[in-house]
Every structure is written in C-alpha cells, then in structure tokens.
Design a binder for this molecule. Structure first.
Ligand code: NZQ
Ligand code: ZN
Length: 387
C-alpha cells in the first residue's frame, strides 16, 4: 500500500426532508448567492424547499449555469460576488452547478489578472474559496464531497479539471428523493460516471490494498444490483434504491477508495476531449472509452482486471485472458443494458476526432494513467478499439 494522507472536511447531511436543515446550516442575515441550472429545480420542488430553508438570509439568485459549466457564464457570477460582497454560495444542482460554484468561489478571492489560470495552470497558488455549500440533485460526480471541478470553455473547445485544496463544500445535503424527477438518461449517466470513478481508482496496480479494493467492489456491485430498479420505465425508483445510488456516487470520489492506491484517470481525460469536441455528456463518453481502455491496457492491468472478473462478475474460467475478455464484455454489456451507446460511430464520431485528441495529448506531452502508461499512442489505440 502506498503512503497517503486523508482529509475530507465536508459535512454530509443525508436523507429524506433534509433540505430544511438549511435553516440551521446558513446563519440568518447571511448574504447568499444561490446558483442553479436550467430550471429543473423549479419543477421538482427543490427550489421552493431551498427558498424556505434560506428564509431570513439575503438571497441573490444566479440561474442558467449550463451542463458542463462554461467559464464565460461563471465569470458573471464572480462579478456579482465581488460587487455585492457575497458571504456564502449555495449550489443547488448536479455536478455542473457544484463545479461551477467551486470556480466562482475560488475566482471571487483570486488576485491574478486572468481567472482562467485557475483552471489551466496547475502551478497557480489558489486562494481559499469563499464558503459554499451544496444541495445535490443528481448523484454522479461526487463533487458534493470533493475539491475538484471541471470547467469548459466553448469558445476554445476546451474542458479541464482543477483541484483546490481549500475548496471543499462546507456541507452537502443529499435527499435521495431528488432522483425521482431525473430523466433516465441522467440516471444512466450517473451510474456510468460512478462506475468509472470507481474503476479509475481500482483497476490499476495490485498493491495489496484490501480495504480499498473491497470498498470499490462494493460500489460496483451496488450499481449493478440497483441499476434495473433505477432504470425501470414505469415509475420512479423506490426510495432505498435512490438512497443506495446516491451514497454510492458520493463514495466513488470522496477520497475513501483512493487511500494508498494508484489512480488512472485516462478514461476521464479522453472523455473530456470527446465532450469538448463533440458535445457528448460526460457519462456518455465514459461508456465508450472504458471498455476500450480495459482491452488496450490489459497487460499492464492484468492482475486487477482478473480480480475484477472474478470478484465483480463471478467469472471463474481458468483461462485468465478469457476471463478478462468476458469481464470487458460484461462491462460493455452493463453500460448498454442501461441505454448507453458504447461506440464512437454510434454518435457519428470519426477518425478526424481521434486524430485531434492524439494531437492535443501529444502537444501537451501528456502521459496519462497510473505511472504514465497511457501515452498518446495508447490513447489512439483505445479510441480505435471503440470505433
Ligand atoms: O440544468 P437543470 O435544469 O437543473 O437540469 C440538469 C441538467 O440538464 C438535470 N438535472 C439535475 N438534477 C435534476 C435534473 N433534472 C431533473 N431532476 C433533477 N433532480 O440534469 C442535467 C445534467 O446535470 P449536470 O449537473 O451537468 O450533471 P452531472 O452531475 O453529471 O455533472 C456533469 C459535470 O460534472 C463534471 C463533468 O465533467 C461535467 O462537467 N465532473 C465533475 C467531477 C468532480 N467535480 O469531481 C468529476 C466527474 O468525473 C466529472 O468530470
Ligand atoms: Zn466522472
């Protein structure tokens, strides 16, 4: 097991009816910027519950943050924070709103001339973010309990992640009933995203990390078990399935399964390019790339792939390569069973996009994956494999 340090200061408040806890979580009289997206919260009752919870605070609303939050939108909220001396930001939404809020909260205290440097320059020293909390409406990213954020710039066709050590949410409220109003496409995006986060930290080097391995396997098995209930067409899923899904998503990327292990993240980096260049949802990109990466990197990941085949998919074939083939097929089959496409051609994405991604990775001298094993050439092979 590798050495590690663990800290996660976010206060998690979980369960039915918990949005009302805003009453005691945000002090009366606080000047609050409430950030949200395109309006789903006004249809499912979350907006009203939040407004009720913030009674007695001075609330400025900033709606309209798009999925894959855009720098040029967020920068307008940064101006509001500065002009109005906002004291606290409350993000109400999915990963895009929370990520966007992390950027706003950091940029509001940033002294440099060009706030885009927060996102693209990993040498930049980031200021402590303005205090913020979240009301999560979409289980997927775990942004509610980590310090990462992914910001897009449509004017440059770019999408990059940044991490702020002083940028965790102060609290996050997770009421599983928010899942009831989610379109099935968003539920399946959330399932794939959580599955991929878990694999990024699990399917790497064998380091005898028994606790993290079994936690990760528990998350994967929970997703596989709950998926049919979560995706059923007739009605919304039952409460406990929503609760299990929501907690799984948070645990997938809040630091617990990362303790002492190597991490990959090449699938995410390739996926971000597919979103930036072709507009696919984040979850859609991962469902395509992951099975390809498993196959192309099978030698380097042999030990963990075999463990994954045995323990997650119960494949006991003595032929190890065959067992791994079956596990890759099972993975792709699982994504397809929840309505995801798994090939580039199904979205009309061709060779030109593959070439552009390889060109960008080469230009940036990126060596992705654990120990830099995913070179630009490997990225090409992965994308060719899922054409
Ligand atoms: O904008 P509204 O109208 O609210 O609709 C949203 C949006 O269209 C809708 N939605 C959210 N909650 C709903 C709902 N509709 C009905 N009922 C509800 N309860 O869902 C749509 C997608 O929302 P979005 O926030 O974009 O989804 P998600 O949570 O999947 O976030 C994706 C973003 O997070 C980044 C991705 O790259 C992408 O930009 N990620 C962030 C990470 C992090 N911070 O740690 C890690 C991830 O790997 C990921 O990269
Ligand atoms: Zn993700």
């Amino acid at each position: 097991m590798n050495n590690f340090e663990f800290v996660n200061p976010t206060r998690l408040i979980f369960g039915k009816g918990q949005i009302s806890r805003l009453n005691d979580l945000v002090k009366k009289g606080t000047k609050v910027l409430m950030t949200y997206g395109g309006g789903s919260i006004k249809k499912n009752g979350v907006y009203d519950q939040v407004k009720e919870g913030l009674k007695g605070c001075e609330v400025i609303e900033f709606g309209g943050i798009e999925a894959n939050p855009d720098y040029n939108t967020l920068i307008k909220a940064v101006d509001i924070c500065k002009k109005e001396s906002v004291e606290f930001i409350l993000a109400v939404g999915g990963g895009s709103i929370i990520d966007g809020t992390k950027f706003i909260a950091c940029a509001a205290n940033y002294k440099g001339d060009d706030p885009w440097q927060i996102v693209v320059n990993d040498k930049e020293t980031l200021p402590a973010a303005l205090d913020f909390g979240t009301v999560l409406t979409l289980p997927a990213t775990a942004s509610e309990m980590n310090n990462g954020a992914v910001i897009s710039r449509r004017d440059l066709n770019q999408k990059f992640a940044f991490h702020n050590p002083n940028g965790f949410p102060k609290f996050s409220i997770l009421d599983p009933t928010v899942v009831y109003s989610l379109p099935k496409k968003q539920i399946s995006n959330g399932i794939v995203d959580t599955y991929a986060h878990t694999l990024e930290q699990y399917l790497t080097t064998c380091l005898d990390t028994k606790v993290m391995d079994r936690w990760a396997e528990a998350l994967l098995l929970t997703l596989i078990e709950e998926a049919p209930e979560l995706m059923k067409a007739e009605s919304h899923p039952n409460y406990d399935s929503c609760a299990n899904f929501m907690l799984t998503a948070t645990m997938g990327l809040n630091g617990f399964i990362a303790m002492g292990v190597e991490q990959d993240w090449a699938t995410h980096m390739i996926g971000h390019e597919l979103t930036a260049l072709c507009g696919l949802d984040h979850g859609e990109t991962l469902a395509i790339v992951y099975p390809g990466l498993m196959d192309v990197m099978r030698k380097e990941k042999h030990g963990k792939l075999l463990q994954y085949a045995r323990r997650v998919w119960n494949i006991d074939d003595k032929d190890e390569e065959k067992a791994i083939d079956m596990a890759i097929e099972k993975t792709e089959g699982f994504f397809r069973s929840i309505g995801k496409k798994t090939r580039l051609s199904e979205y009309g994405i061709g060779q030109d996009v593959i070439e552009e991604i390889v060109r960008r990775f080469t230009e940036r001298s990126w060596r992705l994956g654990e120990n830099g094993i995913v070179t630009p050439e490997k990225a090409r092979m992965i994308l060719e494999r899922v054409k």
